[in-house]
Ligand binder design. Structure first.
Ligand code: HEC
Length: 154
């Protein structure tokens, strides 16, 4: 017999680890109802656009724009706006606790950035902008690793 039980076991163990890898590469949002997922994607595009405007405003010393756009990111926080209560529930159920925590941290940073705009504090804006960018990369690399497969887990 070529396939001794030991070999079977080894092959089984190998397959399990393949499955685990395939599962971890799947985006956390892949199983969401399509309308919830599409709202989340829209929010992300808005955040992306706001980050670009903020970057330009920091380097030009346009503090009031930093304040306004930081607040816009804060307010467009995916779990608070536009998503219906049912959609929010689906999202909360679909994503792991770590995702929600990252989202909350991200939310708080956007508020801090807005405040630093209000204080006309360029040094703080630079620091917080970097932290926000780190938060994008952390969440994408952990939870959107299929779409954004160029990011190593951070
Ligand atoms: C807490 C997690 C989390 C954080 C923080 C986060 N994102 Fe995302 N982002 C996602 C998820 C999940 C998707 C994938 C949505 C999908 O395709 O289902 C995504 C997708 C995107 C997309 C693609 C949108 C599309 O469908 O075309 C952009 C752009 C984006 N994010 C920008 C950003 C930027 C910029 C930041 C930081 C300022 C950021 N994200 C922070 C979770 C996050």
């Amino acid at each position: 017999m070529i396939f001794t039980s030991k070999r079977f076991f080894a092959i089984g163990a190998l397959c399990l680890s393949c499955l685990a890898q395939a599962a971890s590469a799947q985006d956390v949002t892949a199983e969401l109802p399509p309308e919830v997922r599409s709202l989340l994607q829209k929010e992300m595009l808005q955040i992306d656009a706001a980050m670009k405007v903020i970057h330009g405003s920091i380097v030009r010393g346009e503090h009031e724009v930093v304040e306004k756009q930081g607040k816009a990111i804060h307010d467009s926080f995916i779990l608070q706006q536009s998503i219906t209560p049912e959609g929010r529930k689906a999202l909360k159920n679909a994503v792991p606790e770590g995702f929600l925590q990252l989202d909350q941290g991200f939310h708080a940073l956007a508020a801090q950035l807005s405040d630093s705009g209000g204080r006309e504090d360029t040094a703080a804006q630079l620091k917080i902008f970097g932290q926000l960018t780190q938060a994008c990369v952390t969440c994408h690399s952990r939870y959107v690793s299929e779409r954004f497969d160029g990011l190593d887990a951070q």
